[in-house]
Design a protein around this ligand. Structure first.
Ligand code: GCV
Length: 608
């Protein structure tokens, strides 16, 4: 990540005062030979237009931040060897392009794999202003414009973010502003109760007044704050359900409080029963979000955005698109992705996300999806992302949030060029490894869409039955004959939450794509797949292949001329990935062999 920035020679100790000034300074330090005219055209908003003139100079037109995005587009293009575009017009597809940090004020980061918090330590703000500007620049360089600095699980004393810490928060917002990055805060729904109000009931005038007064103070300090991010009634967080109210009651009350200031409420839909009894076969966790929200379609205020995780579970390696993203047509929606590799290798295993995002964005039809968010993978480590190659996910998320049509291969090669400047064969070799890394990880972990065979709580490494008798609603129910959950109308009925054509496609194992088979169906090990293999053989084959591919990947990685300190970090993490892939492969295969009694048709070693 830093490596990409190191191509830009602008000295950030002289802090820019506006996006336009920053654009001018970046262009003249990165491309000193070229003449640029910056033309303020507010009608273009965040978009930009680039035009080459007959005299060889370029005009970049755009609104306040549009000019800045245009400047970075030029710089990325020139430094990655594509040359300067002679004519280009670009506008972002999504209005809010957000990074959600899960940072706690004690300095820890929930699901953070890159060191401690960039913003907090010892229950207070503690940050390096230069790094903040570097982060602002990283975000702006790929078009990201919103930063939520604190965890959606709001722990003490971050509840106070709204009050005691306001002067500090204001200073931080001031640092990010020239980069076109606006802040957002996560808030605790029960916050009024820490201020002598006896309830957090959204219909109580006392509560409503408290939020209005608080919003006023916050917006006085930070007039361009995006608004509040809320996790309510989820995994133990307080919310409207305590008072017999629904989530429209809760979100709309907060929306009223921030409306006078142009603020928004980003309300997360990650709501499910996290105290399920594994014996209960009626409840099916993926159904939960739809059951809580679909009937409220059209009931949310116009400054509320429902933020929906891309899949119905929780950032597993493979999940179908959440039905809420397809079905809530009268509601503003944001889709939430996760850069932090919580279930996908902890920034130890290579896992490049853009191929997965391409699949997700291709299925997103609705125009009511106005924003995208990603859970941050950043931390205080020197390289920001722990694993230097995990930075490709941050970079390409920005490009995709701006333009979901972004070509995966070009985006990843651009990042490699800007970061390492390898000669062409090395670039190609790394590109292949990065683009294939998600599929490889998928092969050696839980099979065919079933998810959750990971070590509980920590979420790294295999434990096929770790979540099987737990409270979280994440079961595979493997026995001697079969594995998977029937989510068709004959089973839990989850599939009925989708439009009819998808019900048809996924409802029949013969047409359901293989990689989703065990998400939607309960099938015997002897089930014959489209290519003629039995289900059990496919599970064995995928796992052996996943490990073999990891070995091949390691060979390539070892041969590449990464500079230090990246090289040492990359190689040591690659060794840990190899170990992890072998553990997964052997444990999953042994687990299924012990249950099914089936031998591998190719006679490879599966342990007794
Ligand atoms: C911030 C999962 C994670 C939690 C996270 C939660 C969420 O359950 O394991 O750490 O909490 O998702 O998205 O709210």
């Amino acid at each position: 990540m830093k490596a990409w920035l190191s191509h830009l020679s602008l000295d950030l100790t002289v802090s820019p005062s506006s996006p336009e000034e920053l654009a001018r300074a970046e262009l003249s330090s990165a491309l000193p030979e070229t003449v640029f005219r910056l033309d303020n055209d507010p009608s273009l908003g965040e978009g930009y237009r680039i035009q080459k003139k007959a005299d060889g100079s370029f005009t970049i037109s755009g609104g306040k931040t549009g000019i800045l995005y245009g400047a970075y587009a030029m710089i990325r293009s020139a430094l990655s060897g594509r040359g300067l575009p002679e004519s280009l017009f670009s506008v972002p597809k999504y209005g809010l392009r957000m990074i959600n940090c899960w940072d706690n004020m004690d300095g820890t980061v929930e699901r953070g794999y890159s060191g401690r918090s960039l913003f907090f330590e010892g229950d207070r703000f503690q940050y390096n202003p230069l790094r903040m500007m570097e982060l602002g620049r990283l975000m702006a360089s790929v078009g990201l414009n919103v930063l939520c600095i604190n965890n959606v699980n709001v722990h003490n004393p971050a509840q106070l973010l709204l009050e005691d810490f306001l002067p500090e928060a204001k200073r931080l917002a001031d640092l990010f502003r020239p980069f076109g990055v606006r802040l957002m805060f996560s808030v605790d729904f029960s916050q009024p109760m820490r201020h002598g109000i006896p309830t957090a009931d959204p219909l109580s005038p006392l509560v409503q007044d408290w939020w209005k007064k608080t919003a006023q103070e916050v917006y006085r300090a930070i007039p361009d704050l995006v608004g509040f991010l809320v996790k309510a009634d989820s995994e133990g967080r307080p919310g409207p359900f305590t008072y017999g109210r629904n989530h429209a009651d809760g979100a709309n009350m907060l929306a009223d409080a921030v409306r006078p200031f142009g603020g928004k409420i980003i309300w997360r839909c990650f709501v499910y029963n996290c105290r399920q009894d594994w014996r209960d076969v009626q409840t099916d966790r993926p159904k939960a979000a739809w059951e809580h929200y679909a009937f409220l379609d059209g009931e949310f205020a116009d400054n509320v955005i429902l933020q929906v995780k891309h899949g119905p579970f929780d950032f597993q390696v493979r999940e179908p698109l959440s039905p809420l993203l397809l079905g809530m047509k009268q509601t503003n929606l944001a889709m939430e992705l996760q850069l932090a590799q919580e279930y996908t290798g902890h920034q130890i295993d290579l896992y490049t996300m853009i191929p997965m995002w391409k699949e997700i964005f291709e299925e997103l039809p609705a125009d009511n999806i106005m924003s995208v968010a990603a859970v941050s993978n950043l931390g205080r480590d020197d390289n920001y992302t722990g694993h230097p190659l995990a930075a490709v996910n941050f970079y390409t998320f920005g490009l995709m949030a701006w333009d979901p049509e972004t070509h995966a291969e070009s985006a990843v090669s651009e990042w490699i060029r800007l970061t390492y400047g390898f000669r062409s064969e090395d670039e190609k070799a790394l590109l292949k490894v990065l683009l294939g890394s998600r599929r490889t990880y998928e092969k050696y972990t839980a099979p065919l869409g079933i998810g959750w065979m990971i070590t509980p709580h920590d979420h790294y490494g295999p434990n096929p039955s770790g979540y099987e008798y737990d409270l979280w609603g994440t079961y595979h129910k493997a026995n001697r004959e079969a594995v998977g959950i029937d989510r068709t109308e004959k089973g839990t009925g989850y599939l009925l939450q989708y439009p009819e054509e998808l019900q048809k496609k996924y409802g029949d194992p013969a047409t359901c794509p293989d990689l989703y088979l065990l998400f939607y169906h309960r099938l015997p090990y002897s089930f014959v797949m489209k290519d003629g293999r039995t289900l059990i053989q496919r599970i064995y084959d995928d796992h052996f292949e996943g490990y073999e591919e990891t070995k091949a990947m390691a060979e390539v990685i070892r041969s590449l001329p990464f500079p230090e300190p990246d090289r040492e970090i990359i190689l040591s993490r690659m060794d840990r990935q190899l170990y992890n892939a072998k553990e997964w492969c052997d444990i999953i295969n042994t687990f299924f062999r012990r249950l099914s009694g089936a031998d591998d048709a190719r006679g490879r070693t599966i342990y007794d």
